[in-house]
Write a protein that binds this ligand. Structure first.
Ligand code: AMP
Length: 308
């Protein structure tokens, strides 16, 4: 069960610029998690201006869209952002909440028993309301961003207190805790509620924290990165999708989930917007995961002097 924005984005990177294209946190999460052997459903809201083709695309990936409300006469959430030359940082140019401003989410009856809940980036009160409608989830994963820290702090703290895992980027982790060290920051976030904290560091990979345990997954070094938009959501979709498929929520399995999240995100950035995620084969995913394994696995021989 995924909740998040289904949106229009306008993106500018050093390589080009797009007009309003399909975007939104739930869109990226769904496109990513649809590659796992699970049932996916999205709860969200769009306006009447949202093309049927975009909704059809989500359905064609096996995603249940019963929970995407279409508001008559309403305008879809719109976000525009501009990336800096390093592609790791961006400025939000505009956020128009539009139909999101009065959204009262309704989780379809058939999805209230879902075991895995992904609270994608959206107003924390909407995330809370979805959570309250769920029967007894096994794992709740939350993603958020600086916009909600600036605009809905108290509600954000409430929802953070109720989740098992939070995925957040490094800059946002620092903003949330006032700590520069990501280790200290993760510890503080954990004290706010989530047992597991995933800190995403863009092209520098991701860190997974649980109590005193830490795991690190690099990002795949890519020849070409066009547009990082949605990489964080695609990561979250791969991470949660993998856990949902295996049903195993141990720290050991979360390490694999972080690797899958990084692997899925590596595709997302190769083209503008959702384009790469719309056309991604299982074969491509498998060979990229093998590449990942080769990249990160090594047997270390201690030097003779140190082994003594
Ligand atoms: P990411 O690059 O993973 O942070 O995700 C980018 C996506 O998040 C875009 O497709 C936007 O439509 C969506 N987005 C941007 N700002 C917000 C916001 N304040 N709330 C929810 N979704 C947002």
């Amino acid at each position: 069960m995924i909740v998040g924005t289904v949106a229009f984005d306008a993106i500018e990177t050093p390589f080009g610029k797009t007009d309003k294209i399909l975007g939104g946190a739930a869109t990226y999460i769904g496109l990513s998690s649809s590659h796992f052997n699970i049932n996916n459903a999205i709860v969200s809201v769009v306006g009447e201006d949202f093309p049927a083709d975009h909704l059809n695309l989500l359905s064609s990936k096996g995603i249940n869209i019963e929970g995407i409300e279409i508001v008559k006469g309403g305008k879809t959430f719109f976000w525009s952002g501009k990336y800096h030359n390093d592609l790791n940082t961006r400025d939000t140019l505009e956020t128009q909440l539009n139909v999101l401003a009065d959204f009262k989410p309704v989780v379809p009856e058939s999805y209230r028993e879902a075991e895995f809940v992904m609270l994608g980036n959206l107003h924390p009160l909407v995330q809370l309301s979805v959570l309250e409608q769920m029967k007894k989830p096994k794992l709740v994963v939350l993603d958020t961003m600086n916009f909600w820290m600036d605009n809905a702090w108290d509600d954000l703290v409430k929802v953070i207190a109720k989740v098992d895992v939070i995925t957040i980027n490094d800059e946002e982790a620092r903003q949330l805790t006032g700590e520069h060290s990501l280790v200290k920051s993760a510890r503080k976030i954990s004290q706010m509620g989530p047992k597991y904290v995933v800190i995403k560091k863009g092209e520098h990979g991701a860190l997974l924290f649980n109590a005193e345990q830490i795991f690190f997954a690099p990002a795949l070094p890519l020849e070409e990165v066009f547009d990082p938009t949605g990489a964080g959501d695609t990561f979250a979709g791969g991470f949660t999708g993998y856990l949902a498929e295996s049903g195993d929520i141990s720290f050991k399995n979360m390490k694999n989930a972080v690797i899958y999240g990084s692997g899925m995100a590596s595709f997302c950035v190769e083209k503008f917007g959702t384009e790469r995620m719309e056309n991604l084969s299982e074969h491509e995913i498998n060979s990229r995961m093998k590449e990942f394994k080769n990249l990160t696995q090594f047997d270390i021989e201690l030097s003779a002097k140190k082994a003594l």
